[in-house]
Design a protein around this ligand. Structure first.
Ligand code: FE2
Ligand code: FE2
Length: 204
């Protein structure tokens, strides 16, 4: 799905739904991190105003998602708490940074493709949650709405990458294939490393 090379374990959603509040808390933090990541990319890459506008639009939308999830947490009487370390995103960024590239290849293109992969993984997980037996109606609706948004964000990041790579969509597609292999390996490795590989979290 959306270029991902490794599918999430089919049992994950059922296990995650046994702790819906934990999923929601993790999800809320993911939305805020997505917003702040988009903003930091915007300020560090202000040369292309079209991309700056796109990234700030994206950040605004992620903030809206955050607020949607926080409203549900408030109704359920669940506190947000401090953000957990997103080991998945950190490992992915490290792996992408270390991936061999030709001297002219812009690290910014890779950063956009990393964003595209994280959006794809979120989208996949929301789909699994939305379609799982026993998902509460209110949450099923939330996840269904958000999986469509995350699929769109995936395409937005790929488009930013193509624009930054001078319009070379074929080359960006080939690079995405390489980075998607790294992402898949991280998903497998994190599941292997954890005592609870099916834990109630959107990433990893
Ligand atoms: Fe989002
Ligand atoms: Fe997103």
């Amino acid at each position: 799905m959306l270029g991902l090379k490794v599918a999430t374990d089919g049992a994950w959603a059922a296990v995650a739904l046994r702790a819906p509040d934990a999923v929601l808390v993790d999800h809320a933090h993911c939305e805020m991190k997505a917003a702040s990541h988009a903003l930091s990319l915007a300020v560090r890459n202000a040369a292309d105003l079209e991309i700056v506008r796109g990234l700030t639009d994206l950040a605004r939308e992620e903030i809206e998602h955050f607020q949607q999830v926080v409203a549900i947490l408030a109704r359920r009487g669940v506190a947000l708490g401090a953000p957990p370390v997103d080991v998945y995103a950190a490992e992915l960024r490290r792996a992408v940074h270390g991936a061999p590239r030709t001297p002219e290849w812009s690290p910014l293109v890779d950063r956009f493709l990393t964003g595209a992969l994280i959006e794809a993984r979120s989208c996949e997980r929301f789909k699994l949650l939305a379609e799982a037996d026993g998902a509460p109606t209110e949450l099923r609706g939330l996840w269904r709405d958000l999986l469509a948004a995350e699929a769109r964000h995936h395409r937005t990041f790929v488009d930013f990458a193509v624009r930054t790579a001078g319009g070379d969509r074929a080359r960006v597609g080939a690079r995405l294939e390489v980075l998607a292999q790294l992402e898949g390996a991280i998903v497998i490795e994190l599941a292997r490393r954890r005592d609870d590989p099916l834990r109630a979290a959107i990433h990893g």
